[in-house]
Design a protein around this ligand. Structure first.
Ligand code: M6R
Length: 612
């Protein structure tokens, strides 16, 4: 939920720290702060609000230091104020700590520390760690790593912590539990960060840290230990993301850039997935033919937009592979007595791979004996690491808080899983699978077509900017698309927006319609159950009550009663979400711009939700 960066090396630390924070600001932007390793006493600056406020406060008079830590915050304990901003320091001002996550037993810790004479300056859970470490460092003869190992044993909750001390300022110590931390290996310099994006301009060599591992970095090297102090061999890997992928590349906002990257993201996710024998290639699933045959059900666990991808999975996998699919909000599943066993395949979908609700649900499913497959976009993040198998999507880095290309690639991934299972179970012939796969290969070109003709939609959107509420209607796979359209509008435009299944309209939601209410209807594609006609009836029902109707319809479909029609290319019915979602993303984007909102960093949100 917060962004963390640490640097030690030959260059002036302020540059990599501020650049790193800029790359991590998507994780939280309630406040930002740094501690520089100036000998004797640390140089600390922190400010409520965005990174720009910190930069303004720093001005040109920052002392030269060759190490430091930086933090960008999404507030949990304590409001988004200057004094609650990280770093937090001990009472001597010599030891500074930054933190992502929640220290669940901080109340007790704080009471103990107060009784030992420590003074607190903030309302945060984090500050107690600074005081605790300060005491422990003294009892460990100035060994900050040893102090960290001992401190962590008494902490409960989820955390990444970085600490620096003025007496040994070139040393930075970090630890992680249920929260991300990666090491960047440079030449005469080393980095720590929540996400490789923070140091990708400096090095492509990274090391992943396991649960409860403590890392010490200096300019010369790194050392990793477990909590007992035993040394561990670093697990190095190469970062394949390009640094330019994390820049805006001429677009006004990351979100718009990411919308326009969708054709490539979809194509990349499909690459190499059908072999010359017309079989879907998903070796990463590591399931034997017998295990696939024996599967009793699939449970999809996810949050937010990823949950909507899971809903699409239900329609596709049940239709193609004839396996029952349940889709659960990860935050609900975790605290329910769900019936799962070793014949259940759990699919955990997450762009970041760090969403705490999904991680907790995954662990719960594993304890119950289920096999867990992660569908994830972020290499070596926690969710894939804790799963039995992982299918990576190839969306590339998604920086905007609102998920766009990650969603489309998640949907592609679940289509691939559906076709694979259908083929292995013998429910679909190789020819049927090949035909559908070939239709999927056409999708990137069709998304491009939508994006090339998006200007009239942007203009149309501006005309609805003063509306107070927008409703979205869908049926079948159009229902999750409606939910996704509404979620995008809520998070970006701060408007009341709801998605409904068309059939549910008459069971309550129609009461929301008043003169002028915008309703966006996703017209099902010539569906076998005549759902397109049923949706046309829904359109008439809301129109009769004064709604202004925008219909998303495929080329050639007859649409009566709509004030505006947004055409999308023809595709098989179950693949429609890949196309129908795109205009809704553009609608939400344009609405946010028109209403003057911060598109890439909407209020109260963060990209990666690493707290429950
Ligand atoms: O990283 P994840 O896919 O696990 O994130 C799940 C949700 O937090 C995320 O999809 C969220 O709903 C997006 N901001 C929506 O645009």
């Amino acid at each position: 939920m917060c962004g963390i960066v640490g640097y030690t090396g030959s260059q002036s630390a302020i540059t990599p720290l501020i650049e790193g924070l800029r790359r991590l600001e998507y994780r939280g932007y309630d406040s930002a702060g740094i501690a520089l390793g100036t000998p004797g006493r640390l140089y600390i600056e922190k400010r409520a609000g965005k990174l720009a406020n910190l930069e303004a406060a720093l001005g040109d008079s920052v002392p030269t230091a060759h190490s430091g830590i930086g933090h960008t915050r999404w507030a949990t304990h304590g409001g988004p104020t200057d004094r609650n901003a990280h770093p937090h320091v001990d009472n001597e001002g010599k030891l500074a700590v930054i933190h992502n996550g929640i220290i669940e037993n901080y109340t007790q810790l704080r009471a103990d520390l107060l009784s030992r004479g420590h003074r607190f300056e903030s309302d945060t859970d984090t500050e107690s760690v600074a005081h605790l470490l300060s005491d422990l460092r003294k009892s460990h003869n100035g060994d900050l790593a040893a102090a960290m190992r001992e401190a962590v044993k008494s902490l409960r909750g989820s955390f990444t912590l970085l600490a620096i001390h003025a007496d040994n300022p070139d040393v930075i110590v970090g630890v992680r539990r249920n929260s991300p931390l990666v090491v960047g290996l440079g030449d005469g310099e080393n980095f720590l960060a929540s996400d490789v994006a923070a140091f990708i301009d400096y090095t492509k060599r990274a090391v992943e840290l396991g649960q409860d591992e403590v890392v010490t970095i200096t300019s010369e090297g790194i050392e990793i230990t477990n909590l007992d102090g035993a040394k561990l061999a670093p697990k190095e890997y190469e970062i394949t993301w390009d640094s330019s992928a994390a820049q805006k590349g001429g677009f006004h906002h990351f979100m718009l850039k990411e919308i326009f990257e969708q054709p490539k993201a979809v194509a990349d996710t499909l690459l190499g997935r059908l072999n010359e024998r017309n079989q879907i290639v998903l070796d990463e699933l590591h399931l034997t033919k017998e295990e696939v045959q024996d599967l009793k059900k699939i449970v999809v666990l996810a949050c937010g937009t990823a949950y909507h991808a899971g809903m699409v999975a239900k329609y596709a996998i049940e239709k193609w592979a004839k396996i029952t699919v349940e889709v659960e909000l990860a935050s609900e599943f975790r605290y329910r007595d769900s019936v799962i066993d070793n014949q259940t395949l759990v699919i955990a979908i997450s762009q970041s791979g760090e969403t705490m609700d999904t991680l907790m649900a995954l662990r719960h499913a594993k304890e119950a004996g289920a096999r867990v497959l992660a569908v994830c976009n972020t290499n070596s993040s926690t969710i894939p690491r804790e799963s039995d198998a992982v299918l990576y999507t190839h969306a590339g880095p998604e920086i905007a808080v609102a998920s766009t290309k990650a969603f489309l690639t998640q949907v592609i991934a679940v289509y691939l899983i559906g076709l694979y299972l259908a083929q292995v179970r013998g429910v679909m012939s190789d020819v049927e699978v090949k035909n559908l796969f070939n239709e999927m290969v056409e999708l990137p070109g069709k998304i491009e077509q939508i994006l090339e003709t998006v200007e009239p939609l942007r203009e149309l959107t501006r005309g609805f900017a003063s509306s107070t509420s927008v409703l979205f209607l869908g049926r079948n796979v159009g229902f999750p698309v409606a939910l996704e359209g509404a979620l995008k509008l809520k998070e970006l435009a701060y408007m009341h927006a709801e998605g409904f299944a068309g059939g549910e309209l008459k069971h309550g939601p129609i009461a929301l319609i008043e003169e002028g209410t915008p309703v966006i209807a996703i017209l099902p594609i010539g569906h076998e159950h005549g759902l397109d006609e049923k949706m046309l009836s829904n359109i008439q029902e809301v129109k009769a009550r004064g709604a202004r109707i925008i219909v998303i319809a495929q080329e050639g479909a007859e649409v009566a009663g709509a004030e505006h029609i947004i055409r999308i290319p023809v595709a098989p019915a179950l693949l429609q979400p890949i196309l129908a979602t795109v205009p809704l993303q553009v609608f939400a984007y344009e609405m946010a711009v028109t209403r003057g909102n911060d598109v890439d960093q909407p209020r109260n949100l963060a990209k990666s939700v690493t707290v429950e």
